[in-house]
Design a binder for this molecule. Structure first.
Ligand SMILES: *Cc1c(COP(=O)(O)O)cnc(C)c1O
Length: 224
């Protein structure tokens, strides 16, 4: 079933859009099954869980681990040595810690600025104004351990597809503006948007990385 879902999703992806299989709360065996079906990018949102799976699955060559959830600064050190992309760089303070731990590990870690565009109080991330202020500050240009390669956004948690589309449009507009104003177009290219319930809309609106858990692995058992 995991293999069929991956096949179904990846065959619907336009060129240039990649699938992040969100494996949080699912066992390593489920990841092995997805890997056997050809999936290579996996998304996790808890540092310790990722650390455990990274160790358990060390034999899977070419696997790429993406971190997608809120990352506490004191946990960065566990994942900095191997994480491929952090989608959820949501504050200047966190970015500095990622930089510090990456330098310690002798790496440059790619990060996406997490934008807050949903009309909800609870989500982490930079508002467009805060992101602009941070990019204007130029602080990120001094950090050799991180590379900003794009942005991530989550839409409002609602059934109102017009509102979801609007959130994604807002993120894309800001992403393109930032790409133009602050980056060389070839370096800042990733727009991470879209989950199980809204990835079709996200792709319409320019997503390059969709993050899908439930549709691939089924419902999460938070008891484990
Ligand atoms: C859990 C999670 C997902 C996957 O959500 P599904 O609805 O299960 O596809 C995507 N992005 C983030 C940031 C998540 O925390």
């Amino acid at each position: 079933m995991i293999a069929e879902e991956i096949q179904r999703i990846t065959s619907a992806l336009p060129q240039g859009v990649r699938l992040v299989a969100v494996s949080k709360y699912h066992p390593s065996d489920a990841i092995r099954e997805a890997y056997a079906a050809g999936q290579r990018i996996f998304g996790e949102s808890h540092a310790q869980e990722l650390q455990r799976k990274h160790t358990e699955l060390a034999d899977l060559t070419g696997i790429e681990w993406h971190f997608i959830g809120h990352l506490q600064t004191n946990k960065v050190k566990y994942i900095a040595p191997y994480v491929s992309l952090i989608h959820s760089a949501d504050s200047p303070h966190l970015i500095e810690e990622i930089n510090k731990q990456a330098v310690k590990a002798g790496r440059t870690v790619s990060c996406l600025l997490q934008l807050h565009v949903a009309q909800e109080e609870t989500k982490f991330g930079f508002t467009p104004d805060e992101a602009k202020a941070y990019l204007d500050s130029g602080e990120w240009q001094k950090l050799t351990g991180i590379k900003l390669t794009g942005m991530m956004a989550m839409a409002s948690n609602t059934d109102d597809t017009a509102r979801i589309r609007n959130d994604f449009k807002c993120a894309r507009r800001f992403f393109e503006q930032a790409q133009h104003d602050y980056f060389n177009d070839t370096d800042f290219t990733e727009l991470s948007m879209g989950m199980s319930d809204d990835w079709h809309i996200a792709i319409d609106e320019g997503s390059t990385l969709i993050r899908i858990g439930t549709q691939i692995f089924g419902h999460r058992d938070y008891g484990i």
